[in-house]
Design a protein around this ligand. Sequence first.
Ligand SMILES: O=C(O)CCC(=O)C(=O)O
Ligand SMILES: [Fe+2]
Length: 293
Amino acid sequence: MTELTVLPGTATTEEILGILTRDGAVILEDLLTAEDIARFREELDPFMNATTDGRDDFSGRATTRTGALVARSAKAREMVMHPQIVETAKAFLAPYCHRIQLHLTQIIRLRPGQGKQMVHRDRWAWGRYMPLEIEPQFNTIWAITDFTDENGATRVVPGSSRWPDDRKATPDEICQAVMPAGSVLLYTGSVFHGGGENRSDSDRIAANLTYTLGWLRQEENQYLSCPPEIARDFSPELQDMLGYVMGQYAMGYYSPPGKPGEYPECVTPTFAVRQVDEGALGGEGLLVGARHS
Ligand SMILES: O=C(O)CCC(=O)C(=O)O
Ligand SMILES: [Fe+2]
């Protein structure tokens, strides 16, 4: 099989999950309008244009990577919290966690002349410690420009999510996520893939927005990219998605370092953005999960 399945933006979570589980990737059409894209570009082009090229072959020496999209763009915030994407991410990751969180936000711009990226698994960001039975990551790449064969549409190896780490894909096993601007490639943290080669004379621009298990370290440090002073103004749902919430019963609490007695001890990270003390650690509900794990 060398083609990715394309589903309409109206596809149900069950339909999407069916393909994602089988192939490790699927394209969803028409999630962004031309106006959405224009807004995204207006908010983020200044940051993208000020970003310098990668300094190694994996990052791409003719590629720019721009992060902190939640802090910088209202349109990116909407995309991160897109109801259908979040529902699918939750359903995909639910067997492995109590709660999901944002993993990274990044504009990936492949400039003309960028060669193809090595084929890899995004889950290798954590090393190769976790067994393949655990799916730690749910990914999206939103096409901000058209994704074409010539401009470096993401290369994907359908059906490779369960392959051993050292298996190499042959050229006929690799296909490309060719799709118009506004479409989204959904892919697992386990499927083999990589950026394509940009042989065209214009940029290929993508928004990589990814999600992970509430108990794992995030690839982009959301507490630094989007600190409480900024996250304070966002909806509780987005604050939780950034990680300002307990990941498990005992995962993520802190003690505000004030004067003796100035603040409560061992509060949830919610305290940093909503100033409410939600009680010790993660509360009784999560304790049940901790006992069983
Ligand atoms: O730019 C792309 O199409 C994919 C990039 C990618 O897979 C990565 O940087 O991990
Ligand atoms: Fe990747």
